[in-house]
Design a protein around this ligand. Structure first.
Ligand SMILES: Cc1ncc(COP(=O)(O)O)c(C=O)c1O
Length: 418
């Protein structure tokens, strides 16, 4: 098979392919695996019931059913849904939005493919732009998304060592450097993999830097406010005309319906939609059909506040407790869990690499994600990159507990064998 440069880059090995292969194998083919790897959401019964009910309503109405299955949507997505989302966000967050500021995508992942490649890569004047990640580790789904090489730059964070074996990354503004070749800046908030939530001050500072450099500030809100709101500390949602906010229905419990939402100024939405027509032709109708009413009535707020946030907060607290008990006096640290569905563990001076630890755990039937995959745009020899793993706590609690114990055993063995 003779492949193009595109074919070679995109069909080859990558971190995200490994994570999703593991996820598919564990959740569909080998259910005995303890799955603490990819970002599959947990099962929140009340939320599942709401979506089931909504689906039944749509299926029982011939007009809505036809609209769901039988009609291509415009590449910008269902107008009624966009109006409801714009109205909801305007009311909830005080932003001035209309349906023209909203686009629907088939999951936020393909939205990132389009947006990143719109702002970075080979420019028509012959230069090459990149996306800057002001705080890495960042979401590994970005890592291989660029159509050209050298697609990301990143700033190494400072590390605050906190009590109780916790730590927290902070944006190091003293070393954050953009160049004329920086095409956009992006953060996930809450951050995948760490569960960090950038503070309002950090966001305001980054927003200011982006504006001064005349580049968009992209905020990936896959876990964020105002929905799915998997956040355990207070943080203000952020948007303005220079911000591109991406949201998703996936972590509400609908990863299978593939619905992302982009909030941006009209010029960016129009450009995005033209790209989307070429790539996807049209948007899926299922997510909008299932979620429209929640935005119209505002029920999305109570649904997340009363069901989604507490589910993950309880899981997070419980899993940290289990790790404390299982790790004992091992030199472990956990990133302060402020949101998202993961714990980020750091084993200082771990005698084996995090990749080796991942492999040892996989051999024992526990899937995690090796930390080095998340240090995107950082081609340096920072040892810390090989001392961390990401652990999801979204799946069945008994399995999570078993997984925690096995992780602790393997980490203990690694230190003991040094
Ligand atoms: C931070 C972040 N952004 C984006 C995505 C993509 O999600 P989806 O394409 O399901 O909307 C994920 C998925 O795990 C994620 O963790």
């Amino acid at each position: 098979m003779k492949l193009s440069a595109f074919g070679e880059k995109f069909s080859g090995h990558s971190g995200i392919v490994e994570v999703m292969d593991d996820l598919g194998a564990a959740l569909s083919e080998n259910p005995e695996m303890i799955f603490m790897g990819g970002g599959n959401p947990g099962r929140v019964q009340h939320v599942e019931a709401i979506f089931q009910q909504r689906l039944e309503t749509v299926m029982n109405d011939p007009a809505q059913r036809h609209s769901l299955f039988g009609i291509y949507q415009a590449p910008q997505g269902d107008l009624d849904f966009r109006k409801q989302v714009a109205g909801f966000l305007s009311k909830e967050c005080g932003w001035k939005l209309t349906a023209n500021n909203i686009a629907v995508s088939n999951g936020s992942q393909p939205a990132f493919f389009a947006l990143y490649n719109m702002f970075a890569g080979n420019m028509s004047d012959g230069s090459h732009n990149s996306i800057h990640l002001p705080l890495a580790p960042e979401y590994l789904g970005y890592a291989d998304i660029g159509l050209s090489e050298d697609f990301f730059t990143a700033t190494r964070p400072t590390i605050d060592l906190l009590d109780d074996n916790l730590f927290k990354y902070r944006v190091d503004f003293s070393t954050l450097e953009l160049t004329p070749e920086t095409g956009a800046m992006c953060v996930s908030r809450p951050t995948n993999p760490t569960g960090n939530i950038l503070t309002d001050d950090e966001i305001a500072h980054l927003d200011d830097i982006a504006k001064r450099h005349d580049i968009p500030f992209i905020i990936d809100g896959a876990y964020g406010a105002p929905f799915p709101n998997i956040m355990f500390t207070k943080a203000t949602p952020h948007w303005n005309e220079n911000t591109i906010l991406t949201l998703s229905l996936s972590k509400l419990g609908l990863p299978g319906v593939r619905t992302g939402i982009i909030v941006a100024r009209e010029e960016i939405i129009e450009a995005y939609c033209n790209v989307n027509a070429i790539i996807s032709l049209a948007c899926s109708t299922l997510g909008p059909a299932l979620a429209k009413e929640l935005f119209k009535t505002g029920e999305i707020v109570s649904l997340t506040r009363d069901h989604v946030t507490p589910f993950y907060q309880q899981r997070s607290t419980q899993t940290v407790q289990w790790f404390r008990e299982a790790m004992g006096d091992l030199p472990y640290r956990i990133h302060k869990p402020e949101g998202a569905i993961f714990l980020w563990l750091w084993f200082e001076d771990l005698p084996i690499s995090s990749q080796q630890l991942y492999q040892n755990l996989k051999a024992r039937g526990v899937l995690v994600v090796a930390g080095q995959n998340f240090f995107i745009g950082m081609d340096d020899s920072w040892r810390h990159k090989h001392e961390c793993i990401r652990v999801s706590y979204a799946q069945d609690a008994d399995m999570v507990k078993k997984g925690v114990d096995i992780i602790a055993e393997e980490v203990r063995r690694a230190y003991a064998n040094a």
